[in-house]
Design a protein around this ligand. Structure first.
Ligand SMILES: CC(C)(COP(=O)([O-])OP(=O)([O-])OC[C@H]1O[C@@H](n2cnc3c(N)ncnc32)[C@H](O)[C@@H]1OP(=O)([O-])[O-])[C@@H](O)C(=O)NCCC(=O)NCCSC(=O)C[C@@](C)(O)CC(=O)[O-]
Ligand SMILES: NC(=O)C1=CN([C@@H]2O[C@H](COP(=O)(O)OP(=O)(O)OC[C@H]3O[C@@H](n4cnc5c(N)ncnc54)[C@H](OP(=O)(O)O)[C@@H]3O)[C@@H](O)[C@H]2O)C=CC1
Length: 434
């Protein structure tokens, strides 16, 4: 396992031309050269055997092996003025291409501007059997300083790092199928951790004190994945001209993107697919860095439904200066310490590839990729449709399913695209015809 005090790579450019035309080995060499990654990181990113059985066995239970996914690199990203090559572990074709494509358009116009709040997570402590929920709330708020101090005593390392419990909230439910209840929220700055274990420990430690203060009975003590105090915002601003295509002018493309987004703002059926497209960008980065993608998914979708109606996580607007402006806002509970981020060697290499030094910075890059991915999908949907670009790249998968191997994969895929019929039967026919 690589040590953590190796120098971070410094001289990155994310514009690595012609990467798509190289072999995986050739691409890795180009990426390594562009980022000054060392041999251990290059080996980890290459994958084969990176996660040894012993390490894997220490990560989960009943391990029988490891499961591999392709690791791609999205090119062209500029995030807050910094060039970033983005590792993406994902099984779906066209995702890496789409992110790189939009980042290429954006890079001539400032790239992606991202911001994030402090990494505050919530832990919930459910209190039942109360004589009065409002009285319990008042009692708990009166003891806030004491409760915060007790929480912080659980994790001196976190406090020393500048994090720790910042305060409490008490939410009350006057009625429920099991009667009234109060829920105490611990608000904890978890610094560079995802934070689940840290805040869960605090919640469990505080339970007896909370029962004593309120006279109630504590049931659940667990973090909330609706991390609405740990938000990230990504923004991109493009002149209409940047969206010109061979057949359409950029103003029409921009208008089409706004119209496509509008449906996702009013219709949950469309919003679900729209947000899936955003997560197409985010999940692969979360996965590549050893983070908990279920937590990110849960937070994203709960945040999308916070008004009572599930809706798009992005907005796209036309501005008077002939520009299209896209914005993504969502929770982003990712870490660069804890969980699998430090046990999986490829996760460490992925973090070094991006040269991130804080969890906030990682979350901001995830948001930029999510916004780029959403823009790619909306641009395709609003113009030529999704199938042309997506299916052309999916054709290689189809060729493999039909039995193509080695150099035949690209040849069969090319023929499928040329004949405009991209399915397994057509691929088998091509293979049979030799
Ligand atoms: C697929 C493209 C990018 C083609 O688009 P294109 O215009 O044919 O691309 P291009 O060949 O002109 O290349 C432009 C740039 O894209 C990148 N690029 C392009 N091709 C490759 C490749 N093979 N390998 C690596 N990079 C590639 C690359 O950066 C390249 O620049 P270069 O660096 O070469 O100068 C475009 O059609 C696109 O963005 N489509 C959208 C694809 C998409 O969204 N896929 C997600 C799967 S569908 C889904 O699950 C979600 C959805 C759609 O339902 C969400 C929703 O409904 O909102
Ligand atoms: N609902 C959910 O999403 C749940 C998720 N999980 C899992 O929890 C894991 C994440 O928990 P998490 O608490 O992040 O992981 P860890 O407990 O592994 O790591 C967090 C700890 O690392 C130490 N640490 C060292 N350096 C730093 C730093 N710079 N910033 C912050 N902390 C630092 C801290 O103290 P110290 O050294 O004292 O430990 C901190 O408490 C994931 O595997 C996730 O899957 C678990 C339960 C529920």
């Amino acid at each position: 396992m690589p040590s953590d005090d190796r120098p971070q790579n410094t001289s990155t450019t994310s514009r690595v031309e012609g990467l798509r035309n190289l072999s995986p080995h050739g691409r890795l060499a180009r990426v390594a050269a562009a980022t000054e990654l060392d041999a251990a990181d290059i080996k980890a990113l290459a994958g084969a055997g990176a996660l040894d059985p012993c390490t894997a066995n220490g990560m989960i239970e009943n391990v029988i092996g490891t499961f591999e996914l392709p690791m791609g690199v999205a090119t062209n990203f500029i995030v807050n003025g910094r060039e970033v090559l983005v590792p993406m572990a994902v099984e779906e074709p066209s995702v890496v291409a789409a992110a790189s494509h939009m980042a290429k358009i954006a890079r001539d116009h400032g790239g992606f501007i991202v911001r994030s709040t402090a990494p505050i997570m919530r832990a919930q402590i459910q209190i039942l059997g109360l004589a009065g929920v409002e009285e319990a709330r008042a009692q708990l708020l009166a003891q806030e300083a004491e409760l915060v101090a007790q929480a912080n005593a659980c994790d001196p390392v976190l406090v020393e790092l500048g994090g720790g419990c910042r305060g409490i909230e008490v939410h009350v439910f006057e009625t429920s199928p099991i009667g009234p209840m109060a829920v105490l929220h611990l608000l904890v700055d978890v610094r560079d951790a995802m934070g689940a274990n840290a805040v869960n420990s605090m919640a469990e430690t505080l339970a007896p004190s909370i029962e004593e203060i309120t006279g109630g009975k504590v049931r659940l003590r667990i973090l909330s994945n609706l991390a609405d105090k740990r938000l990230v915002t990504a923004r991109v601003k493009l002149p209409f001209a940047a969206l010109d295509t061979k057949t359409l002018n950029g103003r029409d493309v921009a208008q089409g993107i706004v119209e496509a987004c509008t449906l996702a703002l009013i219709d949950p059926y469309r919003a679900a697919t729209h947000n899936k497209g955003i997560m197409n960008g985010i999940d692969p980065v979360v996965l590549a860095t050893g983070n908990d993608w279920r937590a990110i998914e849960a937070g994203a979708h709960a945040f999308a439904a916070r008004s009572g109606q599930y809706r798009a996580l992005t907005t796209w607007e036309l501005e008077e200066d002939e520009t299209l402006v896209g914005t993504l806002e969502m929770p982003m509970a990712v870490g660069i310490v804890g969980g699998a981020t430090r046990t999986h060697p490829a996760a460490q290499a992925a973090l070094r590839l991006m040269n991130v030094s804080s969890a906030q910075e990682l979350g901001e890059i995830c948001a930029a990729v999510g916004l780029a991915q959403n823009m790619a999908a909306l641009k395709a949907l609003a113009t030529e449709g999704i199938q042309k670009g997506h299916m052309a790249l999916h054709a290689r998968n189809i060729a493999i399913t039909a039995g193509a191997t080695g150099g035949d994969v690209d040849k069969v895929a090319k023929m499928l695209v040329q004949q405009g019929e991209i399915n397994v039967a057509a691929a088998k026919a091509i293979l049979a015809a030799g």
